[in-house]
Design a protein around this ligand. Sequence first.
Ligand SMILES: Cc1cc2nc3c(=O)[nH]c(=O)nc-3n(C[C@H](O)[C@H](O)[C@H](O)COP(=O)(O)OP(=O)(O)OC[C@H]3O[C@@H](n4cnc5c(N)ncnc54)[C@H](O)[C@@H]3O)c2cc1C
Length: 326
Amino acid sequence: MAAIWAVGEVAEGRPTRLTLELATLARQLADASGSTAAVVLVGHDVTTAAAEVATYGPVVLAVATPDDDRPAAARTAALLADLLEERSPDVVLIGASSDGKDIAGALVGLTDLPILVNASSVSWADGGPRVEMSTFGGRLVTQSAFVGTRGIVLVRPASVTAEAAATSGAVETVEVDAGARLGAVRVTGHTEQAGSAVPIEEARIIVGGGRGVGSPEGFAIIEDLADALGGAVGATRAVVDAGWIGYGQQIGQTGKIVKPALYVACGISGAIQHKVGVQTAGTIVAINRDPDAPIAEFADLLVVGDLFEVVPRLAAAVRARKAASG
Ligand SMILES: Cc1cc2nc3c(=O)[nH]c(=O)nc-3n(C[C@H](O)[C@H](O)[C@H](O)COP(=O)(O)OP(=O)(O)OC[C@H]3O[C@@H](n4cnc5c(N)ncnc54)[C@H](O)[C@@H]3O)c2cc1C
């Protein structure tokens, strides 16, 4: 019987949203193939996170590491390689986060399993996963399958909506010989990236700034609107390349794929490489002085105007509405 595994990530004791998406996907693929689903969580204390992931259905394999709460990708991959050898799951889903990409790359080297990357959708067909990938900046969608029965799939964020299951899965604590595999690399510290209180991959509301913002200082009004809305700040590659804001905020083909409920795009033209990063947002509001900007084609609402006039007024209106509603 096939087994579908997902590799989860824990941040500050909680599973990331991508982890819950993978748990949902593993469950759906297991249902479709009549097999079992499991999520592997690796970390110093993953007890709380494991209980939460279990509510999404799969069995959770909680692997406790001795000292780090967020072990380096190389260590996680080494541990996973041992587990894969021992239990031989057929499909291993890994999220396309920064760590996930590192883990997947190392795992391919350690296990010789084949890999399909950049998956925007995974279904079950002909006895294996059928993986859709978006290429050429979203202009072309390909479908791929493994030649054999086993493989790793690197899944983009927001490819599936996380949904809790009717029945929770069990949590199994997995003991590992930590010394043997974990010695090589040790995380000595973490530096949180400046920019947003909430990472943009997790944010329900994102206010994005593009070249229309004009300068690094111009981002002050973008940050202010994000603050008023309780959201995070995103950006285009043009402004990241210009050094106006950090790479961690970049949305798009070579940045992050996000799925907020609301995306407010300010001074952003809507190039295809940006669009692919945000096209699954619930509602897209664009503020642009050009009524013919490409973003008009996929925004739900286009406000034609100067963002330096519109954005501060919008922030003030949001705050006034919040104050009025107590
Ligand atoms: C291989 C490759 C990968 C790429 N990856 C990415 C990626 O991941 N993410 C990404 O974003 N881009 C990516 N790009 C770049 C992409 O093609 C665009 O160049 C970029 O998205 C444009 O950024 P922008 O919208 O900020 O700038 P522009 O295209 O210059 O648009 C600025 C917009 O601001 C408006 N504007 C100007 N002033 C004001 C004002 N005062 N008020 C209101 N509106 C105003 C203008 O009308 C215009 O529409 C990639 C490109 C390539 C070739």
